[in-house]
Design a protein around this ligand. Structure first.
Ligand code: 4NP
Length: 161
């Protein structure tokens, strides 16, 4: 089992969008039994809330299931549970690292490490920009490449027995 945690600041815009998109990609590949997906925010402002209307609208537009997305704050124990912690921006990475020791098995990366567009390394925050479509495009591409990486991990693991 490979566990993936998407992280942003509020867990109502970017990371729940990534969770929903990635979950759908995993399902399309039939990998639900091997890859688990979750999301969290570094802040606690919106704990217990459903995604922002802009995220809900974009998921609906692209017919992606948005059920069960409820904001939570990242916890120290998450640093030992997940093999991939995928942050939306560099501030998220700083705040994740401040939480404590990260397991050797856990990779903390930015989603844009998986987007080869030569652009800046942060996924812009639509809570402030209002541009959920731009975020959707970035998140979708990042999630597709992340899944390719994870499928390679699974294959290597399979070969090692
Ligand atoms: P997110 O966006 O980190 O993509 O969920 C934000 C949501 C809420 C706030 C900031 C960013 N806020 O300051 O409440």
């Amino acid at each position: 089992m490979i566990q993936v945690l998407f992280v942003c600041l509020g867990n109502i815009c970017r990371s729940p969008m990534a969770e929903a998109i990635f979950r759908e990609l995993v399902k399309k590949k039939g990998l639900q039994g091997l890859v688990q997906v979750d999301s969290a925010g570094t802040g606690d402002y919106h704990v217990g809330e459903e995604p922002h209307r802009g995220t809900k609208n974009i998921l609906q537009k692209y017919q992606i299931n948005a059920e069960g997305l409820i904001a939570r704050q990242i916890q120290q124990e998450d640093l030992h549970t997940f093999q991939y912690i995928i942050a939306m921006d560099s501030d998220n990475v700083t705040n994740i690292r401040r939480l404590g020791q990260i397991s050797e098995k856990t990779k903390v990366m930015r989603l844009r490490d998986f987007v080869q567009d030569g652009g800046q390394m942060d996924v812009p925050d639509p809570y402030f920009t209002g541009n959920f479509e731009e975020v959707y495009e970035l998140v979708r591409e990042g999630c597709e490449h992340l899944l390719q990486q994870i499928m390679q991990d699974l294959e290597l693991r399979g070969k090692k027995g």
